[in-house]
Design a protein around this ligand. Structure first.
Ligand code: FES
Ligand SMILES: [Fe+2]
Length: 348
């Protein structure tokens, strides 16, 4: 049984980059242990329904999608994209039963800057209205993210998040000769502040031992925000131009978490360097995946873990934010962020 506190409900989760979902296509996807069918109608609008036929439970994603109608592959019941049953082929023409009484649960959906988000409520009530806005992805409505990479991490959401916000592994997992060198370790001092549902490393000039930033001339500064359930946003300002690099974790179930990296920039040079940048992003994610496979082996024997000192403080903040967020929703009280503005130190 999954620990019910593992997944935070009543929040928006990334399904995938918009390029994955063409018109007329149905994709079945597991998110937070729930089976969801996601599609795009003929007008381009995205919808998401519970991926079980209300008749006998077959996944609707195994059926057909034509003329904005989903047809189950088992007995052919049809549904519109709101999940309302439109017809039961085996029913005699003079039957008085009204099929529109049958409804598949419909998830709220948002498509923002070419990314598709699904709101996963705790209670599956008809016509669920989200009580949280979709995440702030920094960009203007007309700007679009490029998809860098998606990988499946062999870990639950908690291990995946603390892996994502952990500064200390960078030296050992991501060192490569053209990026940074283990010989040049430096004491870092970073200012942190609370945000709505997380915390941010306040805007600062990038560290001088990250050569990757060296190519970006002119008033470079970066701000890194983490918010629950698992969104890490890096916003780099280069003069009047910007780079937005977002890593998003979507829990699939208690054993797997999907990591998606999306990227935006209006710097012409970076667009020219898109392929090498994409390769670099892929390499970073591949290095994390490598160490996660080892972590997964280690965790099988359920060792006791210890999150120690300032290098691990963000991980402890995560658990505390998560706990208090869930509690505030349960008690119908406003969430009070436990993080206080402070400076953290570590050597990387
Ligand atoms: S299971 Fe879907 S129509 Fe019977
Ligand atoms: Fe990493």
């Amino acid at each position: 049984m999954t620990d019910p506190s593992l997944f935070l409900k009543n929040l928006w989760y990334l399904a995938f980059h918009s390029s994955f979902l063409k018109k007329g296509k149905l994709i079945g996807k597991e998110m937070l242990g729930e089976k969801i069918v996601i599609g795009r109608d003929s007008t381009g609008k995205v919808f998401a329904l519970r991926d079980n036929c209300p008749h006998r439970g077959v996944p609707l994603s195994s059926g057909w999608f034509k003329d904005d109608t989903i047809q189950c592959c088992y007995h052919g019941w049809t549904f519109n994209t709101d999940g309302v049953c439109q017809g039961i082929p085996a029913m005699a023409p003079d039957a008085t039963f009204d099929p529109s009484k049958i409804k598949v649960f419909q998830y709220p959906v948002a498509e923002i800057n070419d990314t598709i988000w699904i709101y996963i409520p705790e209670k599956k009530l008809p016509s669920t209205v989200p009580n949280e806005p979709p995440p702030n992805l920094v960009l203007n409505p007309d700007q679009k993210f490029k998809h860098v990479e998606t990988v499946m991490m062999p870990a639950d959401i908690d291990h995946s998040v603390i892996g994502l916000i952990d500064p200390a592994h960078v030296t050992f997992v991501h060192q490569s000769w053209y990026w940074r060198s283990a010989k040049k370790l430096k004491l870092k001092e970073k200012k942190f502040e609370p945000t709505g549902r997380g915390f941010k490393m306040a805007r600062h000039a990038p560290s001088s031992n990250s050569k990757g930033y060296g190519i970006l001339k002119g008033g470079t500064s970066t701000e890194i925000t983490f918010e629950i359930p698992g969104n890490r946003t890096e916003h780099i300002q280069v003069g009047k131009k910007q780079i937005v690099s977002i890593t998003i974790l979507t829990p699939i179930n208690e054993k797997q978490t999907e990591l998606t990296h999306i990227f935006y920039t209006d710097i012409a040079l970076a667009n020219l360097l898109w392929l090498p940048l994409k390769r670099l992003g892929k390499q970073f994610i591949g290095q994390d995946l490598g160490v996660f496979n080892k972590l997964n082996e280690g965790l099988k024997s359920k060792p006791t873990l210890s999150l120690i000192g300032e290098p691990d403080l963000q991980a402890r903040w995560y658990f505390e934010i998560k706990r208090l967020w869930a509690l505030s929703k349960q008690n119908n009280e406003p969430f009070v962020n436990p993080v206080k503005a402070q400076t953290l130190h570590w050597v990387t």
